[in-house]
Design a protein around this ligand. Structure first.
Ligand code: 3HC
Length: 695
């Protein structure tokens, strides 16, 4: 039978078997779509009695080819592909292995039957890309599993395993992967009849659940999915497909879809470091952590969760035992443990891989050690000097620091090429982001190890250069300064600023976030830079953190003290405090009242402008890495794509013009002066993607 490079066809005992071959994930790009339609036509021409479609390599198609969404559409359309399978004159079946997602699962649903491998997963994750299932999924899934379950799958975007898929009726049989093709062939030969989808779908059975899902569906894609499922209920398939087609086209043009698709690729690009092969990194068989405080415990848990044996070293046996007990207690407090997903037996097996010690000699065999003691350069250097003597020469030595220089720490060891930064975010076992830091003398091997570590720990991993604050905290600095400066305006309080940021989509306002992190942390940094003392700071530069200094000096350290910018009568629940309003009022300078729009402009443009400086200074590999850092580590809304994507969507010329206006109003604020790179890109009207030509 005919063979295209993307879809191979073979006739086996009268049944046509189509195998898709488009690595890495068999995405349904134009060539695959054309190959599928041609495959069905060939099967018809060869008088096949049935047809099976399967994915070659590791997976059934994982969806449409996302890179095609920003380009002109090439035929055949998804609708034509799905119709070819659904309207074929013989029974069709999908043999599903790996991850049948999005358009891939929709292709399976357009077939008359589905056989699924035991380890496979199916799902419709389009909502995470700001889209809806646009190849018939919004109509065919409700017909297979009912409106309630379909809506939940499409709104959460979460894939399901074989057991659940079978129970819901999404697939017909589940078999071990080795027998998959045979099972699909059996479906088209023994059932031997085409099977049509139900004409109409039953309505929602669970009204309360629907109402709860509806309440959470604030963005364009979830709302459109709701409308499509409503269309599926009570209407014919063709009418529902028409609604879906219109809604899909409209969503493709939304800024949310652009932002989420930008992040999809950004989160994969960030793990790649030109010239460094993370896949070639030395294997990790055993790791160590120095320091059993909050960070050290969290990092040890990341290792345990990845199945890595870890030795945790603290100053003495009592501290080391307390760290082990703390780790055990944290697991027991987790919702996974309470809900039974983490059983006693699994926890015991995890903890079996944890050893504690009071001497770094216990780290002699470790392939990689993360130092996670308190932020003090001399103390960290002393630890590294001891590690230098205790660890094998090939071991990678990493520092978990958020403020100190990796180069300065590396001075303490004989071979600085093996020293790298691994900035985990707190709580380390929960937060997705890992900001690795390459010092001036860090070797490629240590960078590769740190990037491979991120992958092993399933973190979103970004590489930063070694300068104050790296990427994330460096950008946080002017953002925070601007939020503080806003408090000088009449009628602007802590709650107004935070509300504007939350309404924009930030997970937390700046002040609530500062309370969570501890207001004393920023205070300590400002003190070390001589800023908290009016006598030592530069009078020619605006200093807006005086109000934050006064807050800390009044003992309002944040959540841990029960009071900070907010009052915490219940743990973690902030409420406005008149005492803070009184404190803030002492720093008002007569500036006029400003509204939410100005608050946002000022805070976000300060953030973005610093992002351009980070790029100018070579501290990040690409603009999208900044977006990954801020969406994964600082609660920037994913549907805005990150600060740099937000700036581009708003228009770089417009960003520069607003910054110029703000800088002219406040010439003593250096961070508001438009960065050279921003000016150059705006002058040339060039996209951010061309940034390297302008640095
Ligand atoms: N289109 C284009 N490229 C894709 C892709 C897709 N749908 N899915 C994955 N890729 C690319 C990735 O960008 C990556 O490329 P790179 O190596 O150059 O960085 C490569 O394939 C491997 O992907 P991962 O690194 O993510 O590999 P994993 O093994 O970790 O994960 C996966 C595999 C679970 C399939 C994951 O890639 C995934 O979730 N993919 C996207 C699934 C999805 O969203 N499908 C819906 C698409 S929209 C749609 O179908 C619309 C339809 O309704 C009309």
């Amino acid at each position: 039978m005919a063979t295209s490079s993307a879809v191979k066809c073979a006739l086996k005992n009268g049944v046509a078997v189509l195998q898709i071959s488009s690595p890495p994930v068999n995405a349904l790009g134009a060539a695959v779509r054309a190959g599928l339609v041609a495959g069905v036509e060939h099967a018809i021409g060869a008088s096949a009695t049935g047809l099976v479609v399967a994915g070659g390599g590791s997976t059934f198609p994982a969806g449409a080819d996302i890179t095609e969404f920003s380009k002109p559409h090439l035929p055949p359309s998804f609708a034509e592909v799905m119709a070819a399978f659904e309207d074929a004159p013989f029974p069709t079946a999908a043999a599903i292995h790996g991850t049948a997602l999005g358009g891939g699962f929709e292709l399976a649903m357009a077939c008359h039957y589905r056989a699924m491998g035991e380890r496979a997963r199916v799902g419709l994750p389009e909502v995470h890309l700001g889209l809806l299932p646009g190849a018939g999924g919004t109509q065919r899934l409700p017909r297979l599993v009912g409106a309630d379950a379909a809506l939940e799958m499409m709104l959460t975007g979460a894939p399901i395993g074989a057991e659940r898929a079978l129970a819901l009726g999404a697939v017909d049989v589940v078999v071990p992967e080795a027998g998959l093709e045979a099972a699909a062939v059996e479906l088209v030969t023994t059932r031997a009849a085409r099977r049509a989808h139900a004409v109409v779908v039953d309505g929602f059975r669970d009204a309360a659940k629907r109402a709860a899902l509806e309440a959470r569906a604030a963005l364009p894609a979830p709302r459109a999915i709701l409308r499509c499922v409503d269309a599926a209920v009570g209407s014919e398939l063709a009418a529902g497909l028409e609604v879906e087609g219109r809604e899909f086209q409209a969503l493709k043009a939304t800024p949310e879809a652009r932002a989420l698709q930008h992040l999809f690729f950004a989160e994969r690009a960030c793990a790649k470091v030109p010239g460094v092969d993370a896949k070639g990194a030395a294997p990790l068989d055993a790791v160590g952590v120095v320091g059993g405080g909050t960070m050290g415990r969290g990092i040890a848990m990341c290792f345990l969760d990845a199945g890595l044996p870890v030795t945790l070293v603290d100053v003495d046996d009592t501290a080391a035992a307390a760290a082990a007990a703390g780790i055990d207690a944290t697991y027991r407090r987790s919702s996974a443990f309470k809900k039974g997903r983490l059983t006693e037996a699994v926890l015991a097996a995890k903890l079996e891989k944890l050893a504690v010690a009071s001497d770094v000699a216990a780290l002699a065999d470790a392939d990689l050690v993360v130092e996670a003691i308190y932020e003090d350069l001399d103390a960290k250097r002393a630890v590294f000097a001891r590690l230098d003597g205790a660890c094998k020469p090939t071991a990678v030595l990493a520092s978990n620091t958020s403020t100190l220089s990796i180069d300065a720490i590396a001075d303490a060891v004989a071979d600085p090429t093996r020293v790298v930064g691994t900035h985990f975010f707190s709580p380390a076992n929960v937060m997705k982001l890992l900001e690795n830091v390459r010092g001036a003398r860090t070797g490629d091997g240590a960078v590769a190890a740190a990037m491979a570590l991120g992958k092993r720990l399933r973190k979103t991993t970004v590489l930063a250069g070694d300068a104050f604050g790296f990427i994330g905290n460096r950008m946080l600095e002017p953002y925070g300064r601007e939020c503080l400066a806003l408090l000088r305006h009449r009628d602007v309080g802590v709650s107004n600023v935070d509300a504007a940021l939350r309404d924009f989509g930030m997970a937390m306002g700046f002040f609530a976030m500062s309370d969570l992190a501890g207001n004393d942390i920023g205070y300590a940094v400002r003190t070390s830079l001589g800023l908290t003392d009016a006598a030592t700071r530069d009078p020619a530069v605006e200093y807006s953190a005086d109000v934050a200094d006064a807050l800390v000096e009044a003992g309002r350290l944040g959540q841990k003290a029960g009071k900070g910018w907010y009052l915490y009568e219940q743990p973690r629940v902030p409420s406005p405090d008149p005492a803070v309003d009184a404190l803030v009022s002492q720093f008002k300078d007569g500036s006029p009242s400003v509204g939410a729009e100005d608050i946002l402009d000022r805070a976000l443009l300060a953030l973005v402008n610093e992002g351009f400086r980070v790029l100018e200074e070579g501290l990040a590999l690409r603009p999208s890495d900044l977006d990954v850092v801020w969406t994964s580590g600082y609660g920037f809304p994913r549907h805005k794509g990150g600060p740099m994507q937000w700036a581009e969507e708003r228009g770089l010329r417009e960003c520069r013009a607003t910054l110029e206006r703000l800088a002219a109003e406040r010439p003593d604020v250096p961070y508001l002066r438009p960065a050279k790179l921003l000016v150059a890109l705006a002058d040339a009207d060039a996209p951010l993607a061309d940034w390297e030509k302008y640095v």
